[in-house]
Design a protein around this ligand. Structure first.
Ligand SMILES: Cc1ncc(COP(=O)(O)O)c(C=O)c1O
Length: 411
């Protein structure tokens, strides 16, 4: 056996000499992302030859637009392949602030922008630099899976804010104000939201931004789906210039430009916060991939019709999947105002066919109907499943047909 093929000894059984523990406490505070767990289970079935309809993955079914790919190819050909400044080259940060200013009327300097390896890292770094042990972060339910774990990883305490399904999971300033305590450090909002596609009304957003300002806390606004809002012009938390010091905008190119695998995200916020996030980034990932920065400049400064075209298709897909779900007795569903998910309430079927939870229902749906869905427990509610309709129209029809059969048999 050559030296390179010698299997290293397993370290998993070796605890630290002075604590008796193998792992640091912080890794025990988080779980594997539920959406990734579903993807892994589905991959196993697929490997066995199953033809799945995949409503699990939260990513566009479109290819990255040609002009964006061309910019990356040119970057490679031009040997733009070295380390860059940690927070992103000035041109990419300029493209971010100008795009945001043009679309939302915000006013950020290049130094108030940091380019990150995906929007998730922008969120992770923002929480890491702001949230200390014991700090509270207000999080409306249903929430995107990673918010809770990222807060907990930092040692913070998520304070869950109940919303009413009958009001389309609306988030109001009154509800947030009631949840604020002396320990509150931040509020996280995501509009349009993953998983329910709810949008924070502009008047609510304005009041929440000013609430954050008056209470001297931060509003972290995840704008990952801001360009996928179906009705009315989207409003950004960064548009309220008088309260800018209390708002951190977390952005992503993943969904807007069908670039999930490129890992391109950003944060806009107070100079000091952005500097702290860049400092953290300098000791972890360093800059994002150089060619991704070039591709992102093309995305942000190039023609935006691709965004409108994709949004128009998502809207048709939304209506198609909602119409299909409406044909399943007992299932109700709020009408998403953005993003590309529906969040049907399946509580009428929990307790039937041996299923005691949404997780068990999603598992049975996967194994028996070959439809991939993410159970509501991942988003803080036990009565729903999340279906991503960023799939082909044929897949929507086939998935609905399979679900209609599946639920009919459960009766
Ligand atoms: C609400 C929300 N925020 C942020 C992200 C992160 O996106 P990315 O890291 O691909 O930019 C996602 C991805 O699914 C999301 O749903």
């Amino acid at each position: 056996m050559s030296a390179s093929t010698v299997v290293p000894p397993a370290t998993a059984a070796i605890p630290s000499a002075h604590t008796g523990k193998l792992f640091a406490d912080r890794i025990g505070r988080i779980e594997v992302s539920a959406t990734m767990a579903v993807t892994a289970e589905a991959a196993k079935l697929r490997a066995q030859g199953a033809k799945l309809v995949d409503f699990g993955a939260g990513e566009p079914h479109f290819a990255t637009p040609r002009h964006i790919k061309d910019a990356a190819i040119a970057a490679i050909e031009n040997n733009f392949s070295r380390y860059t400044v940690v927070s992103g080259i000035p041109e990419v940060r300029k493209a971010i602030v100008e795009r945001h200013s043009c679309d939302f009327g915000s006013e950020y300097a290049v130094e108030e922008a940091v380019f990150t390896t995906g929007g998730k890292l922008a969120l992770f770094n923002a929480i890491q630099v702001l949230v200390d042990h014991g700090d509270e972060v207000i999080l409306p339910v249903p929430y995107w899976v990673s918010f809770k774990d990222i807060i907990q990883y930092a040692g913070g305490k998520p304070v869950f804010l109940h919303t009413e399904e009958s009001e389309n999971f609306r988030i109001t300033a009154e509800a947030i104000e009631k949840a604020i305590t002396p320990k509150t450090k931040a509020i996280i909002l995501n509009s349009p939201s993953n998983p329910a596609g709810s949008v924070v009304a502009p008047s609510d957003l304005e009041r929440i931004v000013h609430l954050a300002q008056s209470k001297k806390i931060f509003l972290l606004l995840d704008e990952c789906y801001v360009y996928l809002q179906y009705k009315g012009a989207p409003v950004s938390g960064g548009s309220f210039l008088d309260a800018k010091e209390h708002v951190i905008v977390l952005g992503s190119l993943s969904k807007t430009y069908a670039m999930t695998g490129w890992r391109a995200g950003f944060a806009l916020g107070p100079r000091s916060v952005v500097a702290a996030m860049s400092k953290l980034q300098s000791q972890s990932t360093s800059s994002t991939a150089s060619l991704v920065q070039k591709a992102s400049i093309a995305a942000l400064t190039g023609p935006q019709d691709c965004v409108a075209e994709m949004r128009a298709d998502y809207l048709k897909l939304r209506d198609r999947i909602l119409a299909g779900l409406a044909g399943i007795p007992g299932i109700t569903c709020t009408v998403p105002e953005g993003a590309f998910y529906v969040y049907p309430n399946v509580s009428a079927y929990i307790g039937k066919g041996g299923m005691q939870s949404a997780t068990q229902l999603a598992t049975k749906l996967l194994h028996e109907a070959h439809v991939v869905a993410v159970p509501g427990e991942a988003f803080g509610t036990g009565e729903h499943i999340r279906l991503s309709y960023a799939v082909s129209h044929d897949d929507v029809d086939e998935g609905i047909r399979r679900m209609q059969d599946f639920f009919r048999k459960l009766g």
